[in-house]
Design a protein. Sequence first.
Lengths: 309, 295
Amino acid sequence: MRGPGFALYSSEELAVETHGVRVRLGGRTPLTGLDLAVPAGAAYALVGAEGAGKTTALRTVLGLVRPDAGTVQVLGEPLPQGGPAVRAQAGYVADRTPAGLLALRVGELLRHHAAYFPTWDGAYAERCLHRLGLSAGVRLRDLSAGRRTLAHLAAALAHRPALLVWDEPAAALDPVARAQAFDLLVEHVSETNVTLLLATDAVYEAGRLVDHVGVLHGGRLRAQLPVDDLRERLRVYRFEAPEPWPGAALPAGAVVARRAAGRERRWTIWGDEPAVRQGLERAGAVVRDVGTLGLDEAALALLAGAEER
Amino acid sequence: MRGAHGRAAPPPLARVFAAQFVLLAATRRWVPLAAALALGGLLAAVLPALPGVRFRWDDGVHPARGMAVLLAYPPVLLASMLWGSLVWRGERPRSRDAHRVLPVDQGTHELLRVAAGAAWLLPGVAALVLFLAAASGAEGRGLLLPWLAIVYLTGSLTGYLLTSALALRVRRPLAWLALGLAVWAAAVAALQRGGFARASALLAGVFQGRAGLWAALGGGFDVTGAGGTPRLAGDPGRWALAMLLWLASSLLLVAAAATPRRERRAPGSTHPRRWRALPDQALPPLRGRRGPPSP
């Protein structure tokens, strides 16, 4: 069952568009029917628990994984045919550095990338290194995992990509590195029209960056929508209901999470507040309180709802 | 900025090849290769000079110092096969995202890495051959240098390509190679014991036949010659045929191993059909067909 927020954009407005993507890797099926829609210029966070298929989704978008079924179109190019053209306009920050590259110096890593991107901006690469507190002469193996991630971020940004894909942006970064990275990213976003696609299981970390969110569970999206919509339309309703209570006439799937303590219930419900309130009250419930959710709470609620379903 | 670079194109392949060549140096992967080649050179140069060391092939026709340059060949061959694996060290087939995410057709990109590896290997082997020729002195030069140059270069290239083909597809190419040889030997022995002499001979011929791998890699050098004297094969043409056959086969194997990663462009699809470039400095409005939620 599809969650809230699908079909908001037409294809022309989408930087990334996938339909029914299924990926089988070994004996697992990390993606079971991914319908991803990332608007151009958006900062989109793909959230989900470990094993939800986030990394596979990002790798599929870049042509690193071939779907067994479904279609993928990125920056207007169909994959896999358009893979090189897509990656020429994309920057990718992986969550780890392959062992084979650890002997590289930071400067060598950047020069290696520069050879592949005619749009490489050497001055900007140096600026990124400076902003991130990195030295070109240090070897990657002598850096912490977080500092290595920053080096990859500089390499991914310096050719001014149209699409930046970052797997687990908060995973290896300490608080200082995270602040440096996110500050640089915010500045980069403000100067360019880059589309950000992040995958994270720590929504609160990326909350200041993103304006769209997709909730991934079991290899498919349970919801994807603008963060503003999420904040506006997903609310926690605390109400009392008579016993026995047959339930309220709410649209199917609108109730994302249910909790009860005695006669008091706390339901997380998707919808316009007046309509939801009216629906509850018509069924005899007395609404005590309606609360808003932070991005991380909302994402968690949607994830919990997906697990319940 | 998107407007500044328009539709960024993938880089020219020559530039990618150069980048891969430089990467193999920057990641210090050449060090074990250089060490193995140096070891081969050392063996060939030092062993004959040691007091009391006498080679069985010192028959007065092929002087020991001249023939001892052959001592370097097995280490060079092993180093070449090891190099096929080292070129991909730390980048297993399933975790080559850092390589594959660069804007080149992934199959072609893998071939270019293999080519860059060959571009490191062949000059290294050529330098060793020159060193051996110099070390062997005038007595070995006339007989061995042209033959050595061809055998060392083609043999090492074939060994490198065979391991490379495996390295493109499996995590431990040398282990798979050893396993393959073990299975082959067991199969030959089993067929022989089972009374299938013809099938056994056919299978054995893949490696040991007149056009087998050993004939190709061995360069016509026969250590089991009469009186233990090594000699060049009587039929250089046959050796050349075996070498060409295996060199071509190993090239085909490498190409086949890279084929699954090809990203073929659909005919006529040169530019995006629906993507609209956005103007600089203007974040796109996130407007859309805001329909009712579909929970």
